[in-house]
Design a protein around this ligand. Structure first.
Ligand SMILES: [Zn+2]
Length: 243
């Protein structure tokens, strides 16, 4: 299979060529006529599309010339992201637009890439947040059930919260608690946290045995998911906040 059209080149942040604060993905495209740079807020990476025939070095040099634009995008992404009409949120890593519509039900409903919510606008932010917490619990309880079955264990309960310092926890009485904000993370990142906590149902430590089980449960891409969580984590904490 041809590699053209896939994001197969990743320049890590701090790369000697780049000196960029975030990783840059170079995507050669047969159909691309010109260079195009975009900041993928959900994943915290810059995406550079270039014509297939162009050299990586030339494409990268062009991108580095856009440093002012890049810094402006990153600065914007560090602002609080309140759940207001028109805002984009990365639901399961995919951009979804928040829409306030008079004819929509008061319980938000996903319609393609729009999340539509009716009722008085004053309650809009609260309704969106409640919806996301409910959805997060539904999705993550299913992630946990999936890994727990593979591990041959059963949690005594799964709940969602908003702990400031951690993404998940597992108590000695087998209760798993996860941050609802993970529903705004890329799927692999969210599932990694679930696999990690399920592995704690068997080992309440970070011993080599725990790490082996965590790796078996999650499968390939564990290190990548871990580092992606470190990268997108700070941004996840900005959603639903005004300041
Ligand atoms: Zn742990």
């Amino acid at each position: 299979m041809s590699s053209i059209g896939r994001s197969d080149l990743l320049v890590p942040s701090g790369d000697v060529l780049g000196d960029l604060p975030v990783p840059l993905e170079i995507r050669p495209l047969r159909t691309a006529r010109r260079l195009r740079l975009r900041f993928d807020e959900a994943r915290g990476v810059l995406k550079l599309t270039c014509p297939a025939a162009m050299s990586r070095r030339r494409a990268l040099a062009w991108a580095l010339d856009q440093r002012d634009w890049i810094d402006a995008q990153l600065q914007r992404a560090e602002q609080p992201q309140p759940f207001i009409p028109g805002a984009l949120i990365p639901l399961c890593g995919e951009d979804v637009r928040l829409v306030c519509a008079a004819d929509a039900p008061r319980t938000p409903k996903l319609d393609g890439t729009d999340l539509r919510c009716g009722g008085p606008e004053a309650a809009f932010e609260r309704r969106i947040e409640t919806y996301l917490k409910t959805l997060a619990l539904e999705i993550m309880a299913s992630d946990v059930a999936d890994y727990a079955e593979r591990a041959g264990v059963r949690p005594s309960g799964v709940s969602v919260g908003d702990a400031a310092s951690r993404w998940g926890s597992c108590s000695s009485d087998r209760r798993i608690r996860l941050s609802w904000r993970l529903v705004l993370a890329p799927v692999a990142v969210r599932r990694y946290v679930a696999a990690h906590e399920v592995a704690h149902l068997v080992h309440l430590d970070h011993s080599p045995a725990f790490k082996r089980l965590e790796a078996t449960l999650f499968g390939t891409g564990l290190a990548q998911a871990k580092s992606e969580l470190r990268r997108v984590g700070p941004r996840l904490r900005l959603f639903g906040r005004r300041r």
